[in-house]
Design a protein around this ligand. Structure first.
Ligand SMILES: [Zn+2]
Length: 442
């Protein structure tokens, strides 16, 4: 070996020993205790967190960013997104939407059912553009009856004997999640759960025909939307109006016990129920400043939907009462010890990508979760629902460096998750304003 090569090898070894940079004097959110640990130093090497050091630690030679007085949380994860379905109607492509998520601190997305070719293309685009896009975890199409309810993103499975073949084909796309949809009945649903689990996939369900009592007993992993619990908690006999349902009636209480005993996770997606389904005639929702940076094509599509759905003022009080029931049920599920995810169903009408996850956190807190528990939902709980808890969801040595720096304490007010000063995505330091600039205006 020549002297030059020996010197070069020595320099490389030294570079390999040095961290890329450190974040100094940070208050770091600990997902285990739900508290901030003061004066921590986060050592980042390449795309990973190498160490989190206590007060007084010094790391020589590395570039340091001082975060005195700031609050550091793990990158947020949105547990319920469709990158293809609504964008199709608005003539948008998924990569046009992706920067909105990252700019709002959402460093990972869990797609919950889409056309799999377009969704996989979006995932590959995101992987190739880490400075503007979050990580994307893909899902099967909506597995449904024939014809599927959403023909653009659904796939029919009607014969349990043929389910394995279809699931094998979908698994070959590298999806993380299988999604059962409204037309699926118990024999098919049970087979999808078993075949999914055989392949290490997470099985999530937006239920219709398949009863929540049966799906939980059969081992479904995640119930998507508060409806997938609420709709199966009506007492036998005459049905009360939805806004008048007693959530402590014996059938509703028994369902909660079953969900708890089976370890089933619930993803309430309150943002979509409030913003799209129940209350989009309220100006606080359709004229929210959170919609301001959404491209005009998508806003125009949302507004066409709103005009067409023509909600009547005479029904407003009942609709508000119904949403209050969904929040009350979310609180009851949480207090029963059932894991709650933070998902939005963006970009459904008036559910703005990225911003709506902050709305969801606010609605989870209104429902009775502590700010710390809401943050745990959007980070470590969502990571678990993707089987990514070894890589994502907390600020710990060995995990990917997905980190959000806030200017104010989110435990003092959950609205402070919006005070984003800096985003670290896989060890890259990013400015949220520059990411927002990558979103088309039109
Ligand atoms: Zn959805």
């Amino acid at each position: 070996m020549t002297r030059a090569l020996i010197l070069l090898a020595g320099a490389c070894a030294l570079a390999a020993q040095q961290p890329s940079f450190v974040l100094r004097n940070a208050n770091v959110f600990d997902t285990g205790t739900g508290t901030f640990l003061a004066n921590r130093t986060i050592v980042i090497r390449g795309e990973k967190i190498e160490q989190v050091l206590g007060p007084g630690a010094r790391v020589r030679g590395a570039r340091a960013i001082d975060l005195r007085g700031q609050y550091v949380i793990p990158g947020l994860i949105d547990a319920h997104v469709h990158l293809v379905h609504q964008p199709d109607f608005a003539h948008m492509t998924p990569e046009e939407l992706l920067p909105m998520y990252l700019a709002w601190g959402v460093t990972s997305l869990r797609d919950t059912g889409d056309e799999v070719v377009a969704e996989t293309a979006a995932r590959k685009w995101a992987d190739a553009h880490p400075d503007t896009c979050p990580r994307v975890f893909t899902c099967s199409p909506l597995l449904d009856a024939d014809p599927p309810y959403h023909r653009d993103i659904g796939r029919a499975i009607t014969d349990p004997a043929k389910a394995a073949e279809t699931i094998e084909d979908i698994a070959a796309w590298g999806v993380t999640t299988l999604k059962i949809y409204v037309g699926t009945d118990r024999p098919v649903g049970r087979t999808i759960i078993a075949e999914g689990h055989k392949r290490g996939l997470i099985v999530a369900a937006h239920l219709g025909k398949y009863q929540a009592q049966d799906a939980a007993a059969d081992g479904v992993d995640v119930l998507e939307h508060i409806w997938s619990v609420f709709n199966y908690g009506f007492p036998e006999g005459p049905r009360p109006a939805r806004h008048q349902l007693d959530l402590n009636n014996p059938r509703a209480a028994a369902l909660r016990s079953l969900i708890k005993d089976k370890g089933t996770i619930v993803d309430p997606t309150l943002a979509v129920f409030r913003n799209m389904i129940l209350l989009h005639d309220e100006s606080a929702i359709h004229a929210s400043p959170d919609n301001a940076r959404v491209p005009k094509r998508l806003r125009d599509h949302w507004e066409r939907y709103r005009v067409k759905s023509n909600l009547q003022p005479s029904t407003l009080a009942a609709r508000k009462g119904e949403f209050a029931k969904y929040q009350e049920l979310t609180g009851l599920l949480h207090r029963a010890g059932i894991p709650i995810l933070a998902g939005t169903d963006s970009p459904e009408p008036y559910v703005p990508p990225g911003a709506s996850l902050h709305q969801e956190l606010e609605m989870l807190v209104e429902s009775g979760l502590s700010a710390a528990d809401a943050l745990r939902s959007a980070t470590i709980m969502n990571a678990r629902a993707l089987k990514q808890q070894d890589r994502l969801g907390s600020i710990e040595a060995g995990k990917l460096a997905d980190i959000i720096v806030l200017g104010a304490d989110p435990l003092a007010s959950i609205r402070n998750t919006r005070s984003i000063r800096m985003i670290v995505r896989g060890g890259r330091v990013l400015d949220p304003a520059r990411i927002h600039a990558a979103v088309p205006a039109e």
